[in-house]
Design a protein around this ligand. Sequence first.
Ligand code: ADP
Ligand code: ZN
Ligand code: ZN
Length: 758
Amino acid sequence: MSLAKYANIIVDISHSQVDRPFQYRIPAHMQDMLEPGMCVQIPFGKGNTLRKGYCLELTDQAEYPEEKLKDIAAFLPEENAVENRLIRLAYWMKKQYGSTMITALKTVLPVKQKVKAAEKRELVRIAPAEQIHDALAEAIRKHQTAKERVLRELLTEELLPYELVTAKLHVASPTLKSLEKQGLIRIDTINQYRNPVKQKKEQENRNILSEEQLQIVTKLLSDFDRGVLKTYLLHGITGSGKTEVYMLAAEEMVKRGRQVIVLIPEIALTYQTVLRFYKRFGDRVSVMNSSLSAGEKYDQCERARHGEIDVIIGPRSALFTPFPSIGLIIMDEEHESSYKSENMPKYHARETAIELAKLHGASVLLGSATPSLEAYYRARQGEYELFTLNKRLTGGTLPAVYTIDLREELREGNRSVFSRKLQELVADRLQKKEQSMLFLNRRGYAGFISCRACGHVLKCPHCDVSLSEHRGGRMICHYCGYETKAVKICPECGSKYIMGFRAGTEQIEEQIKKIFPTARTLRMDADTTRTKNSYEQILTAFSNEEADILIGTQMIVKGHDFPKVTLVGILAADMSLSVSDYRASERTFDLLTQAAGRAGRGDTAGEVVIQTYQPEHYSIMHAAAQDYEGFYQEEITYRELLSYPPASHMLAVQVTARNEGRGKHLADALAEAAGKKSTEQKALYATDTEHLTDPALVIGPAAAAVSKINDIYRFVFFCKHQNGEKLIEIKDKLEEQIKQLELKDEMVQFDFDPINGF
Ligand code: ADP
Ligand code: ZN
Ligand code: ZN
């Protein structure tokens, strides 16, 4: 291959936004040295003033007439390694997942925003402990729950960041003012980020790590110190002490002068988690989450860049924190689907973390109670190192699980959504004043309205999705928001037996109230968590025992411990099995295992009721037995048989178009090009071993599972191959072709090893 002649350069990325790149000629003596991410000097504008730029990509195609291009003036020494690495990461993401370089760059680089003078407030305890105790007792007596929460923290903490208290503890400023008036606290304003950072007193009650926990940290660090950088997978049931392992590993890494990124799914980023890290790392830890404004995010990035923090906790985007020298990337709940981006580039945080770790010379620690098939498969193959923790450290034994066959219930005349066993146990908990959780597995369930006479299903006129029934006689499309009055008569056959399949969380709550009129319930689903913070408000209320029963969708199975919950009921466990997605069984197993894990976290043993129409299905049987290994064995066999990830790689190509015919036409043309490319590859790679020589399988195109959204048609085809590189080559080929087509109304997206279905 000949060396690239041109380079696309971006000028001064610290500017308000990343603009478009400019093309330059690479002088011959630089051609074998220039790489994406490198810093160069270029003549810019009319006066040809020399400016700093970053090389984004190399190419052989001149975008302008040759004579209009200028030469790169010089290399600049790598003065700004942070940007270099982030650009190289963006370049990798662009290659790996398919997108333009600018889109990839925008994903990775923080956008500069003017922020108000950084002002920080904190709560300082000024009263002695006894006085706090008294105030706490009074708050409890007066049912001042917000006040109670702050005072509880103040028992052990002398200092709390103001934002942590207001945002994560849901305490409003009048409450804090009143504590200030009582002479219990002082609210300090610090005009700048403290520097040098105040040393935090050792206030945390540290757990002494178990032998098993210590072994993991020791192995990781001794590898690291020897320059052996690996990816580790920690498979540990909930409550087995994974977080404690993360914290020690992070602490040791910080001692070595390196920074640590801790990825946590947004939904699990609760006050408890943040506070645990805060107690250990004090001001050297920071949190990144979606509720921060762009300005606040940028500010966090600046602090990271200037070495003011060592540890960042956040969802997948926290990967792009501009740390100078990352030593460890931790990824908790590694199996979570929110780690995959839904926007181009559709990157997976796990793979991106591993790539980023390579650029920094860092280690990666993945953790989960139910590892993704991907991670476990790689661990089995020796690509990752596997650690296991299989004992709960608190809360004693695993819960007892009862699987109830709903068909049997019906045969015996029970038409309620609750099995007799579940009703009996709920009644028992109400009487004992213990808490229960009812989990409605709604994944893939559309709450559809159908005619019992002819089977007609009511669909949204703009989307290929069934409408759902809502209160007040409305029907709503959850994809586009289309809303209409519920029909009383079937538009197809005129029958009046047209009705919704009643099993939403609202209905469950209504039914519970009918059977147990005095039960206090809380409901958590997409409707009740629409506003900012409502998710945590509901969790906090439940944890303060303001309700006996929490009813919710998959949201309730994540997040934190409720020690008083001794019963978990899983209604219609197999709902998520009917989704047309090769990951349906894995999702079902994860959800059930996690839901079951919510029972009995305190001193009392828990019980779990799994209601299902398919008690014999392997994902339900293994979840009931809490047997990950057993599930994995059956599932991986199925994936191997059908060449699904992780046994094989898969590239989904999605075409969307306003005009159905043109969309179909484009999808056909691209699928054909993909097929051609893979045949060429076969010839090219003829020396490869085994079946790696086979051409990639091209499946489709076909209409996507949801074939229309908002009047836009969707088509999809899939390419499968064991060797991911071949799929990337196919993607490159298609990108080239798409560029030449200059599409206006159609759009093409790539999804590598898709996990969210089509
Ligand atoms: P996981 O992250 O796997 O759910 P955690 O690290 O949160 O587990 O630990 C679960 C509980 O056990 C926590 O309350 C934690 O404080 C406690 N714990 C963890 N490690 C130890 C230990 N070595 N000794 C005593 N308690 C521990
Ligand atoms: Zn009908
Ligand atoms: Zn719609």
